[in-house]
Write a protein that binds this ligand. Sequence first.
Ligand code: FAD
Ligand code: SIN
Length: 543
Amino acid sequence: MRTDFLIIGSGIAGLSLALRLSKFGKVIVITKKRKAESNTNYAQGGIASVLGTDDNFDLHIKDTMDCGGGLCSLEAVKKIVADGPNIIYDLLEQGVRFTKDSKGKLKLGKEGGHSRSRIVHAKDLTGKEIERALLYGISKNKNIKIHEYFFSIDLLTNKNIQNKIRKKDKSCYGIYALNVKSNKVEKIISRKTIIATGGLGQVYLHTTNPAIATGDGFAMGYRAGCELSNMEFVQFHPTSLYESEVDIDSQVFLISEAVRGAGAVLRLKSGKEFMHKYDKRKSLAPRDIVARAIDSELKKSGDPFVYLDCSPIGKKVKNEFPHIYKKCFERGIDITKDMIPVVPAAHYACGGIKTDLEGKTNIKNLFACGEVAMTGVHGANRLASNSLLEAVVFADSIYNSIAKELKTSKVRKSFNTNLKLIEDSILNWTDDGTENAEEKIYFSHDKREIKEIMSDYVGIVRSISRLERAMRRSKMLREEIKEFYDRTKVSVELLELRNLVTVSYIIIKSAMKRKESRGLHYMLDFPERDDKTYLNEINFKKK
Ligand code: FAD
Ligand code: SIN
C-alpha cells in the first residue's frame, strides 16, 4: 500500500487527524482490531474546557500546572487550554452529542484537581460518543480508508532502505504491518506517518485500559530511534471497580472521577472517611494523591478495597451515570443504595514519544499524537480530562504544521515524489529461518510475569530495591523474548509480548533515574521532591 498520510491508530487522535489531513490527500488509517476498539472508546468523564461563566484560561492553566508537579511545559499547557473551547465547538459540529441542560447549554462536570466545573461530557460514555461521531464522519469521506486488523510492527527508516539511496538525515517512510487476517507482513509506504497508538496500561495486571493498550507505539518509536520522555510517570486511577480475580488481558471497569465530582466520597471498609488526612480537597484531590492515599490505607488495614459512597449524589446518580449504574447493577451493586468497592488501577501514560508543539518527533516525516506522545502538557501527573483535549488540539497542530509545509513549493515538489520508487528501495520483510511458535505457553507465562513485576515493584509506591529487582527480572525476560522473537514467525501475541517487555524496561529504567518523589513517581527512599536536581524530563533513547 502507498499513501500520502499513514495514521497508526483509530482513537480520538488518529481519527481527528485523519479527518483534517484528508483535505490534502489520501489517508490510510490502520488499526489492530475493530476500528472503535481504543482507550478513547471507554473514556467516561469527558473533555476539560473553559466554558463556564465563573471560569477562565488562567485557572485551567494553573490547575494543570499544579497537578503536573513542576514538569509541565507552560507553552504546551497554554495551547491546549486556549484551543479548548474551539475544539469542543468543532466536535459538536462533527456531530458529537454532548450532554446539555434544559436550556440547551452544555452541562459541565467536575473532576479531581479542577478548581471549576469544566468537563464537557456525553453522560458517562463520552469516549464512545466521540468515536461514533468521528467514525461516522470518516465513513462519508472518500479520501480516508480504514484497515482493521492491521498490526503495525515497526517503522520504516533509513536502516530499511537499500544502501545505494540511504539518506543522511533520519526519515520515516511508513511501516511494516501484519495483516492479521491473511497472516502476511506488508509494507505500507507513506509521505508522512503518524503514531496514534494510545497507551500502555496492559503492562500492569490491573488496568482500566482495554487489551489493545500494549504500548506498541512507544516500543516501535524506541526501536526506530525516537526520543521518549517522562516514561516513569504512569497514572493510576484511584477508583476502578474491585474484582477479586482479573483475567490476564482484561480491563477493569472504571468508576469515573466525575462521580466524586458530583459528590461521592471515599470511605474505608469500616465506613470511615479518610481523605481529609491526605489533602484538603479530600476525595477530589488530584489522582496521584488519592491513589497513593488508598494504597496506603489498604496496606495499613489489609483490606482488599475501599468504598465509594454515592449517597451524597442522591437518586439522580442513576440518570447522570447510567452506564456505571448498569455495569455495577450487573454485578449485584445498586449504586443508589450500595457503596461501590474500588481500588486503584493503571490508567494513563503521562510520558511518551517526545514531540514539539507541532507534533513532530526527532525523525523526519514522523509525528506522534494522543496518549503515545509527550507534548509537555501533563508533566509528572495529568489533570483529569486533559487527555482527550490534548489529543485533538495536537491533531490540529499537526494538520496546521503540514498545511504550512505544503505552502512552500520545494516541499510540495518533494511531496509529489514517486512513492513507488521509495517502495522498491525498501527491503522486503523476511522471515527466513523462523518457525511458527511451537508452544503458546511462553506468551501467556511471560506476559503474566511482566505484569506481575510491574504491578509489584513499579506501581504506585516504588523503592530502589523494588526497581532493581524489577530491572534484573526484566533484563532476563528481554533477552529470552528477543531470542524467541528472532526465531519465531510474527503473530499478534508475539509482537505484543515484545512491545510489553520493551515498554516495561523503559519505565523501570526511567524510574531508576529519578531519585526523588514527584507527581506519580513516589520513591520510599527519596520521599521529597528535589527541584535542584530533577526539575527536568528524564529522556530516553536507544543507543
Ligand atoms: P486510543 O484511543 O487508545 O487509540 C489507539 C488506537 O491505536 C487504537 O485504535 C488501537 O487499536 C490502535 N493501535 C495500537 N497499537 C497498534 C498497532 N501496533 N498497530 C495498529 N494499531 C494499533 N481521558 C480524558 O481526557 N477524559 C476521560 O474522561 C477519560 N476517561 C478514560 C476512561 C478510561 C476507561 C480510559 C482507559 C481512559 C480514559 N481517558 C480519559 C484517557 C483517554 O481516553 C485516552 O488517553 C485517549 O482516548 C487516548 O486516545 P488516543 O487516540 O491517543 O489512543
Ligand atoms: C474518569 O472519568 O475518571 C477518567 C477521566 C480521565 O482519565 O481523564
